[in-house]
Design a protein around this ligand. Structure first.
Ligand SMILES: *[C@@H]1O[C@H](CO)[C@@H](O)[C@H](O)[C@H]1NC(C)=O
Ligand SMILES: *[C@@H]1O[C@H](CO)[C@@H](O)[C@H](O)[C@H]1NC(C)=O
Ligand SMILES: *[C@@H]1O[C@H](CO)[C@@H](O)[C@H](O)[C@H]1NC(C)=O
Ligand SMILES: *[C@@H]1O[C@H](CO)[C@@H](O)[C@H](O)[C@H]1NC(C)=O
Ligand SMILES: *[C@@H]1O[C@H](CO)[C@@H](O)[C@H](O)[C@H]1NC(C)=O
Length: 248
């Protein structure tokens, strides 16, 4: 019965998706930029400002999910290790307050370089630490909270053109990615159950080493960020042709 319901739901979604493909249109407050405009970054910035009031709730016709809070899938930060740290129920606050620091586009070679800065992100989640350390086995969960300033993402994208229904579309792939964080402060609550003194000491230790920890987590952070960005960008460029997104 459950499987039947699932299959029906999947079919309905597929039917809806093929419908949507032909009926999607850009929101009226978006003005496509001129591909050959030397100040194209200004035009892109102006469009972001036009979008901004809607970013908290998301913009379905541009495949942008709600950005404040932004809910992302559970993430294990160290698959290989004996002691696994996993975060779930990840809610990111203030993600809609980003600024586009740099935007270079070359639509002849289909290259984009951009830098996005989030002045402040607050990330709340539920952590789980489980595994074995020496002879001690543990499995602890609790609320995690963190504030991060100046989270900066530098991204280089490379597009491959393809033709669909006689129109050019682009499939984007990651060329380069780099992320940096300014100041961070995190708190993992109830890390050692009722032993608040050990929990406090551990949290102090984590915060004293936060830059090193975040540096070690770069591959995980970059994976989450690029999955998120490419999820949006590739849906956008698959549903809309280059001609719909840019004027020339
Ligand atoms: C993007 O950056 C790379 C080097 O990181 C450079 O080779 C390329 O020309 C840049 N592309 C644009 C469109 O600025
Ligand atoms: C994050 O910032 C908020 C607002 O200033 C504050 O209430 C909260 O305690 C901070 N959390 C951490 C882990 O620093
Ligand atoms: C990432 O950016 C930082 C700051 O701009 C820089 O110091 C570092 O070399 C960059 N790392 C890579 C792998 O590009
Ligand atoms: C924590 O302390 C409370 C009250 O002192 C007690 O009811 C609870 O069982 C304790 N939990 C653990 C995991 O020790
Ligand atoms: C785009 O820019 C080019 C050169 O800057 C100009 O010739 C063309 O008319 C512009 N197209 C539109 C639709 O504004």
């Amino acid at each position: 019965m459950r499987y039947y319901a699932l299959i029906t739901a999947a079919c309905l979604c597929l039917a809806a998706a093929s419908d949507i493909k032909s009926s999607y249109s850009l929101p009226s407050y978006i003005s496509p930029c001129n591909k050959t405009d030397p100040n194209i970054h200004k035009c892109v910035e102006a469009n972001i400002e036009a979008l901004r009031p809607n970013l908290k709730e998301g913009v379905p016709s541009l495949f942008i999910p709600a950005l404040d809070p932004l809910v992302i899938p559970p993430t294990c930060v160290n698959e290989e290790d004996q002691v696994k740290v996993t975060f779930k129920d990840i809610h990111i606050y203030h993600a809609s307050d980003f600024a586009l620091d740099q935007f270079d586009i070359d639509l002849v070679n289909h290259e984009v370089n951009l830098t996005i800065v989030f002045p402040l992100l607050r990330i709340k989640s539920t952590y789980n630490v489980n595994g074995k350390f020496l002879v001690v086995t543990f499995d602890e969960s609790g609320p995690a909270d963190g504030n991060y300033t100046n989270f900066r993402v530098f991204l280089g994208l490379k597009g491959s053109p393809y033709i669909e229904n006689g129109e050019q579309h682009l499939k984007w792939e990651k060329e380069t990615i780099n992320t940096t964080v300014g100041e961070s402060h995190v708190v993992l609550d109830k890390l050692f159950g009722n032993h608040t003194d050990i929990t406090d000491k551990t949290n102090n230790l984590i915060n004293e080493n936060i830059q090193v920890i975040i540096n070690d987590l770069q591959p995980v952070i970059q994976g989450v960020v690029s999955d998120f960005i490419f999820g949006i960008v590739n849906k956008l460029f698959s549903y809309y042709s280059v001609k719909q997104l840019f004027v020339s």
